[in-house]
Design a protein around this ligand. Structure first.
Ligand code: LMR
Length: 391
């Protein structure tokens, strides 16, 4: 039977990791997968996480199973950072741990479908795995254009799809640091989105995988909190893989805001059943480390300081790119006012290949770059290479 399986292409983004590591050129630049790098090009473990892991090793006295909901201490400790002072909206929000943000998105979409969602509106472009998850779950995706040509959000498009949506429609929104464009809605735009969502009855699923890497932990939560304040119910997919640097430990959480507190029991009994049938329970280690950080004032401060350093460094890179004088077809200026790890260069797949072949610069074929892959030691080379392929 097994010869019936047709070969699938490797995930294009993850394939870049291997292509890059196989390249022997010493001045190569990795702008592929979304991993933060320091000014020296490293991705170190956060000091706050190292300290928490140390405590975990010393204090953990069992590896016995938790339930499908994972470490609820972790899930609950995150809530004030995501949802603000009234972290539960009067008890209407609850959550569970998931394997990374991907697990949270998958659970959110599958549960929305189980609850009756028939179509999901999604901005284009989006993180490629969003479409893959929808296709795997067999939920119909209805695309709208996320960005305008000038590098800002196409607010008319998103408001338009919400206003003209059908019953049983959902919409997937990026909470902050849009992947792949870096183009976030402004606070005023979020206000408008929240208002039309409240009127339309469209079910919001908010994917927030980069909180703190845009403008700050509070600032990056503005849109999410605004929407939750306006609508009766919503799902939230959260990732700690970037803002705690836990990538391979796969640390995420799924939250649901219900119309009534009483609805949560049924929602999470379904979420637990879906999780049990998919991954049974999430890996524990990273979530436990985050819980230790968030329950300790000193470690929380240290973590927030580390996050601020990352954000500031990416802002510097963005400012340098925005000021670069690149004649030709590739405009870098919009990168200066965008957020987070990513931005899109208006380059063709051929130019992406040329950058890889001739300059050892690796990026997704869509033209998405990981801003954090650039630093003072390689940014000049990058700008010169862009100028060459754009000429
Ligand atoms: C990315 O977009 O590069 C990250 O979210 C990593 C991933 O899983 O794709």
């Amino acid at each position: 039977m097994l010869e019936n399986l047709t070969p699938q292409p490797p995930d294009a983004l993850l394939a870049l990791i291997k292509l890059y590591s196989d390249d022997a050129r010493t001045d190569k630049i990795d702008l592929g997968v979304g991993v933060y790098r320091t000014g020296q090009g490293d991705t170190p473990v956060f000091a706050a996480i190292k300290a928490a892991e140390q405590r975990l090793v010393e204090q953990q006295d069992t590896k016995a199973y938790l339930g499908p909901e994972g470490d609820m201490g972790f899930v609950n400790s995150l809530m004030p950072h995501i949802f603000g002072a009234d972290a539960t909206m009067g008890g209407r929000i609850s959550g569970m741990q998931t394997p990374g943000g991907t697990g949270a998105v998958r659970l959110a979409v599958a549960l929305a479908q189980k609850a009756g969602v028939e179509r999901l509106h999604m901005g284009r472009p989006s993180w490629p795995n969003h479409a893959q998850i929808l296709s795997d779950i067999e939920l119909e995706m209805v695309p709208f254009e996320h960005a305008s040509d000038d590098g800002t959000a196409n607010i008319e498009a998103v408001l338009g799809v919400i206003k003209s949506a059908q019953p049983n429609d959902a919409i997937l929104l990026h909470g902050a640091c849009h992947n792949p464009t870096g183009i976030d809605y402004t606070p005023e735009e979020w206000d408008a989105i929240a208002a039309v969502l409240a009127e339309s009855g469209v079910f919001p699923i908010i994917d927030i995988a980069y909180q703190g890497l845009g403008q700050g932990m509070e600032e990056d939560a503005y849109g999410l909190r605004r929407v939750l304040g306006a609508v009766p119910e919503a799902f939230i997919a959260y990732s700690c893989d970037k803002n705690f640097g836990l990538y391979r430990d796969r640390v995420g959480a799924f939250y649901a805001m219900a119309r009534e507190v009483n609805d949560l029991e049924s929602i999470f009994s379904n979420a637990n059943a879906l999780a049990r049938a998919s991954w049974s329970m999430p890996p524990d280690h990273g979530g436990a480390a985050v819980r230790i950080v968030l329950r300790d004032g000193e470690l929380t401060k240290q973590w927030l300081d580390e996050l601020t350093q990352m954000r500031d460094r990416m802002r510097q890179v963005r400012n340098t790119l925005a000021k670069a004088d690149v004649a030709g077809s590739v405009e870098l200026k919009p990168l200066g006012r965008q957020n987070g790890l990513f931005g899109m260069l208006p380059v063709t797949p051929e130019q992406v290949k040329q950058l890889r072949d001739d300059h050892a610069i690796y990026m997704a074929s869509s033209g998405r770059i990981n801003i954090a892959g650039l630093h003072m030691g390689n940014i000049e080379k990058f700008i010169e290479a862009i100028a060459e392929v754009a000429a």
